[in-house]
Design a protein. Structure first.
Length: 185
């Protein structure tokens, strides 16, 4: 699939120059995914999703400025399959944010693909800092709380999304331990 093979260069083209800090984050997430990939059925899908998960932030892509939805829509236009679009649409508790924004019906044009690849994407995103460094989940959530003002949709959705976020992180960590990658990725 075009988007899967070209995920890194697509993301680089849209983010590296326009949003360098976001690009640093994406590189951190995807580099960690590349360590996990060989251990996982669906490893290439995870790696591609990690490269593409924030492409919706790119200026000029999409119309809602809600990056999971804009990203999923543009990926669909580019020919990505339902799984890739769904992974991007729902990554890291995006449904909770869409609900706050009144965009949940639009997001539900895609399917939230339950399972390990989705949990690992959420885990990697939520344990990689804005600069691309590996951080703890709690530190990342504290950083998000600090970065966004209280009335921002990210802040308004955060507490209600915490159980979903923790669930994904716990399942991802348990699997990583089961394949000998606990504490390494
Ligand atoms: Fe994101």
């Amino acid at each position: 699939m075009m988007v899967l093979d070209a995920a890194r260069s697509v993301a680089e083209r849209h983010l590296a120059e326009a949003l360098p800090r976001r690009w640093n984050h994406v590189q951190g997430v995807a580099t960690r995914a590349e360590v996990i990939g060989p251990h996982l059925d669906g490893g290439p899908v995870l790696v591609a999703a990690c490269w593409l998960h924030d492409v919706g932030y790119a200026p000029g892509l999409g119309t809602t400025r809600f990056h999971p939805l804009d990203g999923a829509r543009v990926l669909r236009e580019w020919g990505a399959d339902n799984l890739m679009c769904g992974l991007v649409a729902f990554h890291s508790a995006a449904a909770h944010e869409a609900d706050v924004l009144g965009l949940l019906d639009e997001l539900r044009a895609f399917d939230d693909p339950q399972g390990l690849v989705r949990d690992l994407l959420w885990y990697l995103d939520m344990t990689t800092s804005p600069d691309g460094e590996r951080v703890s989940f709690d530190d990342r959530m504290a950083e998000v709380r600090e970065r966004y003002p209280a009335d921002h949709y990210v802040s308004r959705a955060l507490e209600g999304s915490m159980a979903d976020r923790r669930g994904a992180v716990d399942r991802a960590r348990a699997w990583l331990s089961s394949v000998g990658l606990g504490g390494q990725v």
